[in-house]
Design a protein around this ligand. Structure first.
Ligand code: ASP
Length: 315
């Protein structure tokens, strides 16, 4: 079976038709398409799922519309602390970085941790030192600066709240991720984020936590999450879905529904995820108003969606 599947997300949250102006909606759909196509090019040529998810996530990291890489939100101290992770489903190899500053593409660094270090997760200054040794690109603070992000920080400080991206104040940005199954049956997942506006104390969310925000196993599925990280960590969301498939024999869509629409919701966790299984089925469940998402399978047209009433799976 030489089918390939690729899905990406640009964050879930309070995103509704009412809240998103048509010209902004167009920009989001275009950015999602560009990112999806860049990953699909790799899969089309027989490239690996890992190369494809890295390519798509880098495209989203370089786009100021999303809360990752260039578009990352501000911390309380007006810095950008980014988290990212990757995982491959054949070897269960994984790499993650947390709290890194000025790294242009944290997802690339996460991959280097997986491939070039003997560790799974590096953080802060140590991760940056490792990045320098690897020749990873750094950018100045200006590269990450945007007026809208800075205003969000000032508002959050003023109201003394730590703000999840895409709350009603700010519906337009989000963590990014990609999952893929390549023509050889290899699954891979990648996630990258700037976390929460006004975060302090080197807070780290679910995105770099293997099993919570990201997971891949060729026997089951590949997952990348977005939403309120504290809940996703406690619910071990990505691994839970894989376990339900492996140990209970659930289908991808059944497992996704149980975890996102029932278990996570009962806990009070808002958000969603993208998932692909070993057969190339795609699920994109979320329990929030909307989720920026796009997906494609070999021989099928590329699809983008934002709102709840749009299609959210390919089987
Ligand atoms: N999950 C991310 C975090 O908690 C935020 C997001 O998905 O936008 O850091």
């Amino acid at each position: 079976m030489n089918l390939y599947s690729l899905a990406i997300h640009g964050g879930a949250g309070t995103i509704s038709r009412k809240s998103l102006r048509p010209e902004m909606e167009k920009q989001y759909r275009e950015a999602l398409e560009t990112a999806l196509q860049s990953g699909e090019q790799i899969l089309k040529k027989g490239g690996s799922a890992m190369d494809a998810v890295i390519q798509s996530v880098m495209s989203l990291e370089d786009c100021p519309l999303f809360n990752a890489g260039k578009g990352s939100v501000f911390t309380h101290d007006a810095k950008h602390e980014m988290d990212a992770s990757v995982m491959r489903g054949d070897t269960l190899g994984a790499g993650a970085v947390a709290c890194v500053q000025q790294v242009r593409n944290p997802v690339l660094l996460a991959r280097r941790v997986m491939e070039q270090s003997e560790h799974v997760m590096l953080s802060g200054r140590g991760a940056e030192e490792f990045a320098r040794g690897q020749g990873i690109a750094f950018e100045s603070d200006e590269y990450f600066y945007s007026e809208i992000r800075f205003r969000q920080l000032k508002d959050a400080i003023h109201e003394d709240r730590i703000q999840l991206d895409h709350t009603p104040e700010d519906k337009k940005f989000g963590t990014v991720g990609a999952v893929a199954r390549d023509a050889n049956g290899l699954l891979a997942a990648a996630t990258s984020t700037g976390g929460m506006t006004n975060k302090r104390y080197n807070r780290i969310g679910d995105s770099p936590v293997i099993g919570a925000g990201t997971y891949a196993n060729n026997r089951t599925c590949a997952i990348s999450c977005t939403g309120h990280g504290e809940y996703f960590i406690r619910a071990v969301v990505a691994y839970d879905i894989s376990c339900l498939m492996e140990y209970k024999g659930m289908s991808l869509s059944e497992a996704c529904h149980l975890v996102v629409m029932e278990k996570l919701k009962q806990l009070g966790g808002e958000g969603g995820l993208i998932a692909v299984d070993a057969a190339g089925n795609i699920a994109l469940p979320f329990n929030s108003e909307g989720m920026y998402r796009a997906w494609v399978r070999k021989g099928e047209p590329l699809q983008t969606a934002i709102y709840k009433d749009e299609i959210s799976s390919a089987e």
